[in-house]
Design a protein around this ligand. Structure first.
Ligand SMILES: [Zn+2]
Length: 170
């Protein structure tokens, strides 16, 4: 699995830009991931000024194979997310929380995989529908909706006793 990492020491003061491409293979390492497929461009801007270290990560791309909450068909969901981080030195190994990334005093590289994974999964909309899908003009699959509706109606008829009453009236 390719590791997406940036240099954070041993480089000149100033801004350092790097771009990474993320594809389906990236998510294979994360069994718990809701995102299994997609294409993303990760742009990092690392700014170094003496001991001041800041990182901006921007991710743009499409999450593929999410299922629409309404018609259960696969949709492609475009995402765009940017987060700013401050890098702080610490001698003890602490998991990076929120927008502070803890690094070791002698650390010269930063692995971005976990951050990229979390940012993409954070971007999944709470309601997944064809309204998120640019390719389908926001329309659900009508045939599928009809099928689901018929199924729901049939099930209701089976359990609804008022339906029996109506049949008798006929
Ligand atoms: Zn739909």
């Amino acid at each position: 699995m390719p590791i997406n990492q940036i240099r954070i020491a041993g480089i000149k003061d100033g801004e350092h830009r790097q771009v990474f491409e993320i594809k389906d293979k990236f998510f294979e390492a994360y069994k718990e991931s809701h995102v299994k497929s997609g294409r993303f461009t990760v742009e990092t801007l690392f700014s170094l000024k003496g001991i001041d270290k800041r990182l901006t990560i921007n991710i743009e791309g499409d999450i593929k194979d999410l299922l629409c909450d309404y018609c259960a068909k696969k949709i492609i969901c475009p995402i765009s997310i940017t987060l700013n981080f401050i890098l702080k030195e610490s001698n003890s190994e602490i998991d990076s929380i929120d927008e502070i990334i803890y690094i070791m005093p002698n650390q010269y590289q930063l692995n971005l995989d976990q951050l990229i994974f979390e940012m993409i999964n954070l971007s999944i909309p709470s309601r997944i529908s064809h309204k998120n899908d640019e390719q389908s003009d926001g329309e659900c699959d009508v045939e599928m909706l009809n099928l689901l509706h018929q199924y729901a109606t049939k099930n209701n008829k089976d359990t609804d006793h008022r339906w029996e009453v109506l049949k008798k009236i006929k």
